[in-house]
Structure formats: structure tokens, C-alpha cells
Design a protein around this ligand. Structure first.
Ligand code: APR
Length: 227
């Protein structure tokens, strides 16, 4: 079986009702990155940061995977499918996908503010005073701006082995995630699904399906499922 690697971003979950970050009315229009998604923001106001992610976690209970997530799962009948997602939601898993690497962390996990290795599953809100086993405050298990991306080298290895890389629903503005595309082999087929153009330079290698995630994946699935 050939290897398909999916690099997904907020756009794949947009049709499930989860806001993207950088589109008009995206999350970063109404919240300051500095305040809610950096270590400095955490030091300044932990309550604000916890509430921002508590809201996102609560919202997960009201949304469900869309057809794009489902078709990514359905490709497993024909290919080895590995997902590398920048998303912190669990919609790929809920669609049944088996291999999901969360580059930027997961809403349904928390961790010790002092030790990135002490990670827990997190169902409800994280509150001030909720402690990890090292007695440190729990924080969301999210990679904030300015922090290392611990799963990067694993992601690079996966991308190098891709026969087909599908980049779906990401503005390709955030590094090191966007740089993963540079790791593909000379033989790899690169497909981008995004209703908009991005400023990212795909070196002329990308086939751009200029549609939203559900329509674009439907088209691509029909192309790939029979081969
Ligand atoms: N289908 C497919 N793509 C869509 C759709 C849709 N229905 N709606 C919007 N998009 C595209 C937009 O055109 C845009 O290019 O999804 C992209 C969303 O981009 P961002 O909001 O920047 O999200 P993402 O690329 O995932 O952001 C990367 O930035 O803030 C951080 O850590 C956060 O993981 C996130 C990272």
C-alpha cells in the first residue's frame, strides 16, 4: 500500500463549526495571540488562558466530524494513512482515523505547568488550583507560540515517506509546521485543498483543489479510492 500523509489545519474543521484562526472572524481577530497562546500570556493571566481553552474544550462536545474527516478515514481502505494535524480538536479521531499526530497538542489533555512529560486526559474544565502529581498547576496540553514542538522530528520522518501529501485547510503561516512540506521526496505527489490561495511557496509542485474541505476531499477521494 502507498503512504498518504495528511497535513491538516483549522480549515478541515471549519465546516464542523469550529472557527479557524486567521480567516475573517477567525479566533485571532477577537483574541490576542500574545495573551492566550504564549508562555508570557500564561504568566500574566492564567485564568484568562484557562478560560480560553476551557471554552474551546466545551465547544468540542457540540460539534462532530464532517465529511472531510470521514473521507480521510475512508482512504485507510486503500492506503496507509498518517495524519499530522495542527488542530487541537479530536475530530480526526472521532471520524475513526487511527494514526493521528497532534503537532500543536490536544484540547482533551492537560499537563503540569512545570513538566511537559506529565500529561493527563482532560474531560472538563481546567481550573486554578487543579494540580498535576508534581503539585504544579495544570495547564492545557497545547504548544504555544515560542515553545518547542516536541513531535516535529517524528512528523518529518513521516513526511519523508509520503507517496502523496495532502495539505488541507491550513494557511501555512505557522512554522515549523509549514516547513514540513519541504521534507517530501522528489517522487511525492503534493495536493493542496483550500478555498483560498496562501502566500506559501509550494515550488510549483502542488495541485491546488480550490474548494472547501468537504467538496475538495470528495473530489480527491473519488480520484484516489479507485487506484
Ligand atoms: N475548507 C478548507 N479550508 C478552509 C475552509 C474550509 N471550509 N475554511 C477556511 N479554510 C482555510 C483558510 O483559507 C485558511 O487558509 O483554512 C486555513 C485556516 O488557516 P488558519 O486559521 O491560519 O489555521 P491553521 O493554518 O491551522 O493555523 C496554524 O496557527 O494559531 C496557530 O496553533 C494554531 O494550529 C494553529 C496554527
Amino acid at each position: 500500500m502507498k503512504n498518504i500523509v495528511i497535513l491538516s489545519g483549522a480549515g478541515i474543521s471549519a465546516e464542523s463549526g469550529i472557527q479557524t484562526f486567521r480567516d475573517t472572524d477567525g479566533l485571532w481577530e477577537n483574541h490576542s495571540i500574545k495573551d492566550v497562546a504564549t508562555p508570557a500570556g500564561w504568566r500574566k493571566d492564567r485564568t484568562l488562558v484557562l478560560e480560553f481553552y476551557n471554552q474551546r474544550r466545551r465547544q468540542l462536545k457540540d460539534v462532530k466530524p464532517n465529511k472531510a474527516h470521514e473521507l480521510v478515514k475512508a482512504l485507510e481502505a486503500f492506503y496507509n494513512v498518517q495524519i499530522i494535524t495542527q488542530n487541537i480538536d479530536d475530530l480526526h479521531e472521532r471520524a475513526g482515523s487511527t494514526n493521528v499526530l497532534h503537532l500543536h497538542g490536544e484540547l482533551n489533555k492537560s499537563r503540569s505547568a512545570n513538566n511537559a512529560k506529565l500529561i493527563y486526559s482532560q474531560d472538563g474544565d481546567i481550573n486554578i488550583g487543579d494540580k498535576a502529581e508534581d503539585d504544579a498547576q495544570l495547564r492545557p496540553h497545547i504548544v504555544w507560540f515560542g515553545e518547542d514542538v516536541p513531535l516535529m522530528s517524528e512528523a518529518e520522518k513521516i513526511v519523508k515517506e509520503a507517496d502523496i501529501l495532502i495539505v488541507i485547510g491550513t494557511s501555512m503561516q505557522v512554522y515549523p509546521a509549514a516547513g514540513l512540506v519541504r521534507e517530501i521526496s522528489a517522487e511525492c505527489t503534493l495536493v493542496v485543498i483550500n478555498p483560498n490561495d496562501t502566500d506559501f511557496d509550494f515550488n510549483g509542485r502542488a495541485v491546488h483543489i480550490k474548494e472547501n474541505a468537504t467538496k475538495g476531499m470528495t473530489y480527491l477521494y473519488n480520484e484516489l479510492a479507485t487506484k
